[in-house]
Design a protein around this ligand. Structure first.
Ligand SMILES: Cc1cc2nc3c(=O)[nH]c(=O)nc-3n(C[C@H](O)[C@H](O)[C@H](O)COP(=O)(O)O)c2cc1C
Length: 201
């Protein structure tokens, strides 16, 4: 009798665990312990990105080739210094001062898009300041938004938290990040991410 009860309880526990797992799978995609929603079928997609030295631009163009839609490069009124060290120093000072650089990029018909892919290099463990400016200047409420970043070895760091803080009323999909040195090697993981999130059907 005891064995039968243990058997029934064991079966119930396994069945419940299976149900919870399947439910999580159907609800969305797990990443860093969080479950992200799956994209609903995109009707009109905008890829908007900032790139200081070209890496994020390469990924943005790759995504554009893969899914189509429109693509816009974010540009600042005052370009960042050409010298890497000067740029790193200036960015640190600007971040410490909570500064948002002025942009010359305007997307007039933002209301037309339901899906926005945002590309950014990682700067001092965060999304780049011009991308922060873009998020501050534009209303992405109600849109599904996916971030892709490139980094120099520190991974996406605080980028997901930056997005959550800047876009409390958007549906944030699972983000993607790529080590700068690997961009020239292969970008097939970009395709996997696009399919995984549901952006590419
Ligand atoms: C101002 C600045 C800050 C950076 N901070 C980081 C960082 O915190 N972590 C990291 O992994 N890489 C950092 N990097 C490296 C870039 O994220 C990386 O090279 C990226 O691919 C550059 O993208 P881009 O060519 O599109 O500008 C930094 C680069 C710059 C210019």
């Amino acid at each position: 009798m005891k064995k039968i009860i243990i058997g029934i309880v064991g079966f119930a526990v396994i069945a419940a665990a299976g149900y919870v797992f399947m439910r999580a799978e159907s609800l969305g995609i797990k990443d860093d312990g969080k479950v992200y929603p799956k994209a609903t079928k995109p009707n009109k997609t905008l890829i908007v990105y900032y790139s200081y030295s070209g890496n994020t631009k390469t990924v943005a163009n790759y995504i554009h080739n893969a899914i189509g839609g429109d693509i816009v490069e974010i540009q600042t009124k005052n370009p960042y210094p050409k010298g890497y060290r000067d740029c790193v120093k200036q960015v640190k000072e600007e971040m410490d001062a909570n500064f948002f650089p002025e942009l010359t990029t305007k997307v007039d018909d933002l209301a037309e898009y339901d899906t926005i892919l945002i590309g950014s290099p990682i700067w001092w463990y965060h999304i780049a300041l011009p991308v922060s400016s873009f998020l501050k200047d534009n209303n992405l409420e109600g849109k599904q938004v996916a971030l892709f970043t490139t980094h120099g070895g520190g991974g996406k760091a605080n980028a997901d938290l930056d997005m959550e803080a800047a876009l409390p009323k958007s549906t944030i999909l699972k983000s993607f990040t790529k080590l700068d040195k690997m961009i020239k090697v292969s970008l097939s993981d970009v395709d996997e991410w696009l399919v995984d999130t549901g952006i590419k059907q």
